[in-house]
Ligand binder design. Structure first.
Ligand SMILES: Cc1cc2nc3c(=O)[nH]c(=O)nc-3n(C[C@H](O)[C@H](O)[C@H](O)COP(=O)(O)OP(=O)(O)OC[C@H]3O[C@@H](n4cnc5c(N)ncnc54)[C@H](O)[C@@H]3O)c2cc1C
Length: 484
């Protein structure tokens, strides 16, 4: 077992990984200036072991290891995991940090697999705990034509697939996309992204490999980069992620690292087991953003001198209701958690998906409310260089003072700008809609997880009472049973 520090994490990223950024090869991610903020941000997942050891360090008698990899067995374990995820995210201003997603994938593998595959997943799990490994998860395939399953895609590489196999290894080709942390993780866990049929056999594959494995190339998105002024961008100047198109060109994977090899019947269960944990991670790491939105709304209303206006009170109440409803569902997901396969606890899928859906569905309205309260300075306000010049600052202090001094007001307005507009706000807007699954994926899981027995019984009871005869009631009961 081991706990690594941020320096050791950063040093571990210096290897032969093949990373392409803005069309150029990056030879050393640890010294590449544009990646520095993202690596520093992800280092928080290692710093937290020293700053919050009670929450972030586990020990089951074999020495300390990261609590992110502590397998949950009880509802209290799920609650503790939620607290850990929220606390880490708060140090990153509401941006997911690093170890959350990898641990979601580890728990899914340990829960769903059996026999030899489970033994391989357990060995990999031990390796992760013993070396405090930074994991990225590549689940989402590029998917080509969304209306077609993997085996019917015109280009078979649009879902990652097994193209070759010998006694010791499989060889895979294809591409995953949106892979967060891939360029700044040690290893990559690959999971199937959907349920598959027998004809999709070659595409039903799961494994783990080091990021510097030959044949793997990461094309990193530049979307979040370029906002470096702390006055103008209090969050995005410090907190960023790296996401990639992750291309596998005949990548050889040793069989001891292959968890699923052409087993389509397990593709769906594994994909969904990951999602159960991943959406719980999502709603907990998003809680600090919701607190920022509520706090910034209250702050800017006071700074603008509108806090007592009726419409403002209503808008702030709506913001609070939105944020606290997500928090309530997140708590409920832990409270109603239950034992899944192999004795591993899973958050309640109904509550988790309701939390994530409610977050995603309400995010854009919450952003609009903040922009309403802040006023137009979000996009016409002064920049950090203006503020740094004493003679310009004197003008800004005079004319941008309102119910609070200009500095407090402008910093709040820029925080709202960062949260809701520009690259980071735009990133959050897409993240809310798609990351950890799209709105439709959440709705599908809500419908699947809902047990309608109680609702159906309520209807049967009222109708039975209205009909009033035992024959009719029996008929009705059997009709309801058929409908079930
Ligand atoms: C910031 C960010 C970080 C991410 N990090 C990771 C990560 O680390 N690892 C990872 O594996 N993934 C990651 N994802 C991927 C995320 O899970 C996907 O974005 C999400 O599942 C949606 O997939 P998509 O982007 O391909 O959109 P699409 O699936 O193309 O969705 C677009 C629209 O098409 C609809 N649609 C899709 N398929 C169908 C269909 N068959 N029938 C009808 N409608 C359909 C959807 O409902 C949606 O309305 C990340 C995404 C984001 C935005």
């Amino acid at each position: 077992m081991a706990i690594r520090d941020p320096q050791s994490y950063r040093a571990g990223l210096r290897d032969d990984r093949r990373v392409v950024y803005r069309g150029e090869r990056v030879h050393d991610v640890t010294t590449f200036a544009e990646f520095d903020d993202a690596i520093s941000h992800s280092s928080l997942a290692y710093a937290i072991s020293a700053t919050h050891p009670d929450l972030a360090v586990a020990d089951d008698g074999e020495g300390p290891y990261t609590a992110f990899y502590r397998v949950p067995h009880t509802a209290a374990d799920i609650t503790d995991r939620g607290k850990l995820i929220e606390t880490l995210s708060r140090t990153g201003a509401g941006t997911i940090v690093l170890k959350e997603v990898g641990s979601d994938a580890l728990f899914a593998l340990l829960r769903v697999l059996s026999g030899e595959s489970l033994a391989k997943a357990q060995a990999f799990y031990r390796h992760c705990c013993e070396n405090d490994v930074a994991l990225a998860v590549a689940q989402t395939d590029v998917k080509g034509d969304r209306s077609l399953p993997p085996h019917r895609q015109p280009d078979p590489d649009h879902y990652l697939r097994v193209v070759d196999e010998d006694a010791d290894s499989i060889t895979v080709s294809g591409a995953k996309v949106h892979t967060s942390f891939s360029a700044n993780a040690d290893e990559l866990i690959v999971l199937p992204t959907r349920a598959m049929s027998a004809e999709d056999r070659d595409w039903a594959v799961s494994f783990a490999i080091p990021v510097d494995t030959e044949g793997l190339t990461l094309y990193v998105s530049p979307y979040l980069h370029g906002d470096s002024n702390g006055f103008e961008h209090p969050i995005s100047s410090r907190h960023k992620l790296l996401e990639s198109l992750t291309v596998f060109d005949r990548v050889r994977v040793p069989k001891e690292r292959v968890f699923l090899n052409r087993e389509p019947e397990l593709a769906g269960p594994l994909a969904l087991a990951f999602v159960d944990y991943h959406r719980f991670t999502a709603v907990n790491y998003k809680l600090p953003i919701l607190d920022l939105m509520v706090g910034a709304g209250i702050g800017v209303a006071e700074a603008n001198g509108i806090a007592t206006a009726g419409h403002v009170k209503t808008k702030l109440t709506e913001l609070i209701t939105y944020a606290e409803t997500v928090r309530g569902f997140a708590d409920l997901a832990a409270l109603r958690s239950r034992s899944g396969g192999n004795g591993i606890q899973l958050p309640d899928p109904l509550a988790v998906n309701m939390a994530k859906y409610h977050f995603a569905h309400g995010f854009h309205q919450a952003a609009a409310t903040l922009l309403d309260l802040a006023g137009g300075l979000v996009v016409t306000g002064p920049g950090g260089a203006d503020w740094d010049r004493p003679e310009v600052r004197a003008v800004l202090e005079k004319y941008f003072a309102a119910a609070r001094p200009a500095e407090e007001r402008l910093r709040l307005i820029h925080l709202i700008g960062d949260l809701t507009t520009g690259r980071w706000g735009g990133y959050q807007s897409v993240l809310a809609t798609h990351a950890e699954g799209s709105l439709e994926a959440e709705k599908m899981q809500i419908a699947r997880s809902h047990d309608s027995t109680r609702a159906r019984a309520a209807v049967a009871e009222v109708l039975r009472a209205a009909i009033g005869t035992s024959d009719a009631a029996t008929e009705l009961d059997s009709d309801m049973a058929v409908a079930r």
